[in-house]
Design a protein around this ligand. Structure first.
Ligand code: CA
Length: 226
């Protein structure tokens, strides 16, 4: 049985969605604000998240962005009340898999859910491990080795590396890294990030001064190449 988490603050809408999804044979979890929704999405491992855009405590865009920033790849279908193209594009840029504009018919939403579940079948829900050159990295156990030699990373270095790898091929700005790897409550400077990147390069690049994996994009930020 597939498990769907519905994050929606309007009680009528939430109950309607829950009943209809249960009738379709889904197990349904619910959350009525963005903060609770993000926590449930991370802890209860749903197969798909239905995410309203306008939510108290954290809006749908923030929930989606934070989910992806934590390398969580659970499929997300956003419910947007707005019809502006920019809102849809923003949701997709932040990592949503599809969106449905309110008001929608339940038939339409169910069809979208089935399509997204089909399309994302087999996608790992989190980035658990990766290989960079000769280094095998396990993000769950925080272990890395080159052959039989252990490569030491600090917890923050693992987080930064996982964030970069999860966004392979995309340019990430220092501000994105600050917000999503360090979090809002801490305030390191952008210089701190450059220092962390330098340390990562020492560990994963063959020639740290001519990096092949963590590339600097001048005037923008960094991009990871696998
Ligand atoms: Ca709402």
């Amino acid at each position: 049985m597939k498990r769907i988490l519905v994050i929606e603050d309007e009680p009528q809408m939430l109950l309607g969605l829950r009943d209809n999804l249960e009738l379709e044979g889904y197990e349904v979890l619910t959350a009525a604000d963005g903060e609770e929704g993000l926590n449930k999405a991370l802890s209860s491992m749903p197969d798909l998240v239905i995410l309203d855009v306008t939510l108290p405590r954290k809006n749908g865009y923030e929930v989606c962005r934070e989910l992806r920033a934590r390398a969580n790849a659970t499929p997300v279908v956003m419910l947007t009340a707005r019809s502006q193209e920019t809102d849809k594009v923003l949701g997709l840029e932040l990592g949503a898999d599809d969106y449905v504009t309110k008001p929608f018919s339940i038939t339409e939403l169910l069809a979208r859910i089935r399509a997204v579940l089909r399309r994302t079948a087999g996608r790992p829900s989190t980035l658990e491990s990766c290989r960079i050159g000769e280094i095998e990295i396990d993000f769950r156990t925080h272990q890395a080795r080159r052959g039989s030699t252990r490569v030491e990373f600090t917890a923050r270095e693992f987080d930064l590396l996982r964030y970069l790898v999860a966004h392979t091929g995309q340019v990430v700005t220092r501000e994105q890294i600050l917000n999503q790897v360090w979090g809002y409550e801490e305030s390191p400077t952008t210089r701190t990030i450059d220092n962390f990147v330098a340390k990562l390069r020492q560990k994963i690049e063959q020639l740290p001064h001519e990096p092949e994996h963590i590339l600097t994009v001048h005037g923008a930020g960094y991009t990871f190449v696998g």
